[in-house]
Write a protein that binds this ligand. Structure first.
Ligand code: AHR
Length: 312
């Protein structure tokens, strides 16, 4: 079934999509679980045989999975890279085997001829949208922000932080007073927020929380309540992802804003691969997904239900 056209180092195009290996980071967040569900749905809908590997947050597991996919001779690989560095050698192995690799939702520090395309949001922009919301919300008021960072070394944690800092750079009344990783998990967010609250006069010195994802924010909201404060009022919360539980928290007044990251990265990724297989069309190096801001004014209960219907 091979059409036998070699283009730009990705070997031959195949007339029929066959097997795709997917190295997923893990299931650290509601968003991640939804991405897995939707990737499986997209593969099934298109008749693609998806070989799934859960790395449980470890890069070495991802490298072993990629090596196994290469040995199996899959037609393509989807990689959601847990951290941004350390991929060159394994990606060279995939390239030598003429297997195209598509990056999902996180970026890597590697020459761009080592992968076919990357599907995801502009994470600096996500941080800027989140920070921009806070700037508008607090106006001239003094505002001490605590930040829950995502997984250390991940592109999204580095870039969301950068974007938020860009947004507040010209607003000296807003400053980040504490910043620590909660590893993108609900329990990590709660635990770190507890320590922030304790260190900052039971939370009374804190005006806002910027969380790199909704799951950590949901954990932090719990911690704020347990400290006797009202999240969404005493401490404003702005976050990223748009998972149902966070929309529920917005509907209840416990959370203020989130920047949506679509969990459907696989749709555009499979579109790109199928075009490639069909006639050798190469996608752009970056396929950007939208970053839409939602607040309490945007029908959070309805958005909750819509996300549930999507496969969250
Ligand atoms: O890479 C995307 C991030 O990873 C999501 O924002 C977060 O929830 C996930 O774990």
């Amino acid at each position: 079934l091979a059409i036998s056209v070699a283009v730009m180092g990705f070997g031959t195009t195949a007339a029929v999509a066959e097997t795709v290996g997917f190295s997923q980071i893990g299931s650290e967040s509601g968003w991640r679980a939804a991405e897995t569900t939707i990737t499986r749905q997209q593969a099934e809908k298109r008749g693609i045989d998806l070989r799934f590997s859960d790395a449980q947050q470890r890069q070495e597991n991802q490298i072993a999975a990629l090596r196994s996919f290469v040995a199996q001779g899959v037609d393509a690989i989807l990689l959601a890279p847990v951290v941004s560095t350390g991929w060159d050698n394994i990606l060279m192995e995939a390239r030598d085997a003429e297997i195209p690799v598509v990056l999902l939702d996180r970026r890597i520090d590697a020459p761009d001829d080592l992968y076919m395309t990357a599907v995801g949001a502009d994470s600096v922009h996500e941080g800027e949208v989140a920070g921009g919301w806070l700037v508008d919300e607090v106006g001239d008021r003094q505002c001490n922000v605590v930040e829950l960072q995502g997984t250390t070394g991940s592109s999204v944690a580095i870039e969301r932080k950068q974007g938020f800092e860009n947004a507040i750079a010209d607003h000296p009344n807003i400053s980040i007073i504490r910043s620590q990783t909660g590893d993108f998990t609900r329990s990590g967010g709660k635990e770190v927020m507890e320590s922030f609250l304790q260190a900052e006069n039971g939370g009374r010195n804190i005006c806002a929380l910027f969380s790199h994802n909704d799951d950590m924010a949901v954990g932090a909201i719990q911690a704020i309540k347990e400290a006797g404060l009202n999240p969404g009022e005493d401490i404003l919360t702005v976050s990223i992802d748009g998972v149902p539980d966070y929309f529920r928290a917005m509907a209840n007044g416990d959370a203020n804003a989130t920047v949506e990251l679509t969990p459907n990265m696989a749709g555009p990724a499979f579109d790109a691969l199928q075009a490639w297989w069909q006639d050798g069309t190469l996608p752009p190096k970056f396929i950007q997904t939208p970053s839409t801001l939602y607040t309490q004014a945007d029908d959070p209960e309805g958005e909750y239900q819509r996300r549930k219907d999507l496969g969250y």
